[in-house]
Every structure is written in C-alpha cells, then in structure tokens.
Design a protein around this ligand. Structure first.
Ligand code: UD1
Length: 432
C-alpha cells in the first residue's frame, strides 16, 4: 500500500503566472449532456480529475464510447444503450446525479441509487426527483434502487424552492429531450449553467434565459454533437489567488473569467490585496498585512460561493482583526477548521457561523484533507505557516485540482507530492 502526501514548507511568497484549468463543475454536466446528442461530442479543456474519470466510466457503461487525450474528451454514441447507473459509480461520485436528467431526456427511463455518503452534510436528491415528477416521470423505490420511468416526458412550469445548481442543470437536460416547453423559475444562475446552455444550444437546443432566474427550454429538438471548450474553473482560480493572498507576493491567474469572480475579488480586496483584471487575467498583489473582513455570507451566485468559504477562511487566519463567516448553503462545511486549529488558527464555529480571530502566524502541522475545498484550504494555510506541513488523504484534492503541487511549485512555493509505502511512513514523521 502506498500513500501520497503533500509536503509544504511555508513562509515563501508566491510570484508568477499560472493558467487555470477548465471547470470541474462545468465539465461534468457537459459530459452528461453529451448523452442527449447524436454523433460525436468533443470537449476541450476538460481537467484530468478523479471525478472526470468517474463520469467517463459512467458514459462507457451507459453504452457510449468515451475516450480522453490530454484535456480533450471525445464522446461517441453506439447502439447499445443502458439506462442504469451502477451503485458503485453512484457512490464514488455525488455528481453522478447529473446523469438523471439526460438519461431520462434520451431514454425515458433511468435506474440509479442514492449518491454516496457526504462530506458537506446531507445532500438530498428530493428536489431532483420532484422536478422530474412534474415532467411526467413516475418514480418508485425497488429495494434501494430508484426506478424512474416516463411514458410521456413533457415540458412543465417548475418553480424551485431553492436555486439548486444540480437541479437546474438536470431540469434543463431533461427538458431538452421532453415534448413541449419547460419554464423553470427560481433557477440557479451560476456561470456553469450558462456554459451548459451554451453547449446545448450549439448542439441544436433552444434554451433562453440561462444565467437568469427564469429559464425557458423548448424541448424535442434534434441534438447533434459539437466541439466545445469548457469554461475556466472559477473556484480553482480563487484557490490560487487565496494562496497568493495568504503567502504574500504577486500572482497572475490567466485563462480565467474575472467577471465570474466579482464577489470573491471584492472580499480579497477588503482583506487588503490589490487586484487587477484584464482580458482573461486576474492579478493579485499582497505586500502589506492582511485585514479582517467583517462579514461574509455564502450565497447562490452572484453571491460569495460556498466552494470558496474554506479557502477564504484559511486566508483570514492571519488577518488583523476578527472575521465572521456564515455558511448558508451546506450544513456541515467547517470540517477543515480542525486542521486550521492544529496550525495555530483561532476559529470558533457555532452552527453555520465561523468566527475567525486573526493570529500573528500559523505553524506547520500534519493534517488530513477532509473534503475537496477543505483540503485546498489546508494547503493555503500551510503556505503561510512557519515550518513544514504534511497533508494526507489527497484523493479529496485529486477530485477537483489538476497539477496542484506543480502549480504552487511553479509560483515558487515549496510544495512537494511524495509517495510513501506504509513501511516508510512508519519510519518518517517529519512533522512530529
Ligand atoms: C453544486 C456543485 C458543488 C457546489 C454546489 C454549490 C457540481 C457538480 N457541484 O452542487 O461543487 O458546492 O453546487 O455551489 O456542480 N438540495 C436539496 N435537495 C436537492 C438538491 C439540493 O435540499 O434535491 C440542497 C442542498 O442540500 C444544499 C442546496 O440545496 O443545501 C444547494 O445544493 P446544490 O446547489 O444542489 O448543490 P449541488 O448541485 O449538489
């Protein structure tokens, strides 16, 4: 048995320019949406990540031929089509629920199980199923399997009780394959939804209003595969900017979409960073001390994203003063706080609120990634800490970040990914 560990020696400012990866949260729905298209779909700028490999596996099991070459994924339809997502795949990747809409849109039936256990608190799928029911889908529980069938999949007027990203995407994809018009209100407005609609429209769909609260989809049009580039990953961009803010220095993230990151950039400015933007680039410069940010509340887009909450928490650990964060999207998104405390941070959490009192410095520690963004927050903290840190459980980071260690290394950070056998691990404990 081997284990990968990230070793970070903190205290070095970061300098340089990096190109941000394609967005995981757009690539996954786009791959699922390819199911709706005849012929060949070619997606560029797909990040090489565990979740993307899981989505390819699902597509292949459903009867497509999905191949990857570098960051280009090609999805071809074959005749053999299945409508069942195996339980093992549902468990590995929570976003496997994204396949529900397109499978129903194409095949009118879909069998799946509950997505796997969750690190962010309960992540129910009730809203996905409710929306499908409104489009004529009958759903029954068959010994733990969720069996969905629609004799007539039809358009509907659907109002979401909350603007869920995943539900909005599933409704759009099912509606494209349904008969008639669907009007979705209180839809999520995240840029990834706009990207999904742009892709589907390029394939021949008619979707209006994506990125706004009301989306209108005309169903029943024939879709043909196309060639498309996935949008830039705004959360990965925010991760590298937060690292620059925490460690100090000047970082430029290119290939980015600054307009998608307005709420994040405003918070970084409030924390004392100088920010500049221009043609797909974001510049961050932090030479003075960090300032506290009085109040941050995670909100659906265009508010401050829940996915950036752990990242900014790590930055604010050494800010001058007290910052308060309210997490309004997920129940249990402070699992990274334990690791930050081990590094010397002063954070109290009460329910969904975190109070961060800035300390003068953090120190290195040996910690375990608890979830994707939580693990990234630990790396950000380690980059500004004194001494050496080790981060384990890197599979969480591999779900969402491409070339994580290499990118920090190219910015001048001391970040190394090491592989140990179990025996070597027993002998070495650099952070003890
Ligand atoms: C997506 C992103 C995820 C991000 C999140 C919030 C992908 C693959 N995932 O997740 O990275 O953290 O948006 O930006 O794009 N809810 C229900 N019932 C449901 C569905 C959701 O109650 O059936 C609740 C959730 O528990 C949560 C809230 O809705 O409290 C928001 O979840 P949602 O926007 O659906 O997030 P995801 O689409 O799962």
């Amino acid at each position: 048995m081997t284990e990968d560990i990230l070793r970070i020696t903190g205290g070095r400012p970061l300098h340089g320019e990096i190109t941000v990866q394609g967005a995981k949260n757009s690539a996954l729905p786009l791959m699922a949406a390819a199911l709706l298209c005849d012929g060949e779909t070619v997606l560029h700028r797909v990040p090489q990540l565990l979740d993307v490999y899981a989505a390819s596996r699902i597509l292949n099991r459903l009867g497509c031929r999905c191949t990857a070459e570098g960051n280009t994924v090609t999805i071809r339809h074959t005749n053999a089509e299945s409508s069942e997502i195996p339980d093992a795949d549902m468990r590995t990747m929570r976003s496997s629920i994204m396949f529900l809409g397109p499978i129903l849109g194409r095949m009118r039936c879909c069998t799946l199980t509950m997505p796997g256990g969750c690190e962010l608190g309960p992540r129910p799928i009730d809203l996905h199923l409710d929306a499908m029911r409104q489009m004529g889908v009958q759903i029954r529980d068959d010994g733990g399997k969720i069996v969905c069938r629609a004799d007539l999949l039809h358009g509907a007027r659907i109002h979401l009780p909350l603007p869920s990203v995943g539900v909005t995407e599933n409704v759009i994809m099912a509606a494209v394959g349904a008969a008639g018009e669907t009007v979705l209100t209180n839809a999520a407005r995240e840029p990834e939804i706009t990207d999904l609609a742009a892709f589907l429209n390029q394939c021949g769909a008619k979707i209006e209003g994506a990125g706004e609260s009301t989306v209108v989809i005309e169903g029943g049009r024939k879709l043909t595969g196309t060639e498309y580039s996935v949008m830039p990953d705004r959360i990965a961009a925010m991760t590298y900017l937060c690292a620059g803010a925490a460690a100090g220095g000047s970082v430029c993230v290119s290939g980015a979409a600054p307009q998608d990151l307005e709420s994040c950039l405003n918070v970084l400015k409030a924390a004392g960073c100088r920010i500049g933007t221009g043609s797909g680039r974001i510049f961050l410069d932090r030479t003075g001390g960090l300032r506290n940010v009085r109040y941050i509340r995670t909100m659906p887009y265009p508010g401050f994203p829940t996915d950036a909450q752990a990242l900014i928490s790590a930055v604010l650990c050494t800010a001058n003063g007290t910052s308060v964060i309210d997490e309004t999207i997920f129940d249990s998104r402070y699992k990274h706080v334990g690791a930050l405390l081990r590094m010397g941070a002063d954070i109290r959490t009460i329910g969904r609120t975190a109070v961060i009192t800035g300390v003068s410095r953090l120190h290195g520690a040996s910690v375990e990634a608890t979830d994707l963004r939580g693990g990234a927050a630990m790396a950000i903290a380690a980059l500004q800490a004194e001494g050496e840190s080790e981060i384990r459980q890197l599979h969480h980071l591999d779900r969402g970040y491409e070339h994580f260690a290499e990118i920090f290394h190219s910015l001048g950070g001391s970040v190394q990914r090491c592989r140990f056998s179990a025996k070597e691990r027993e002998k070495q404990s650099p952070c003890a």
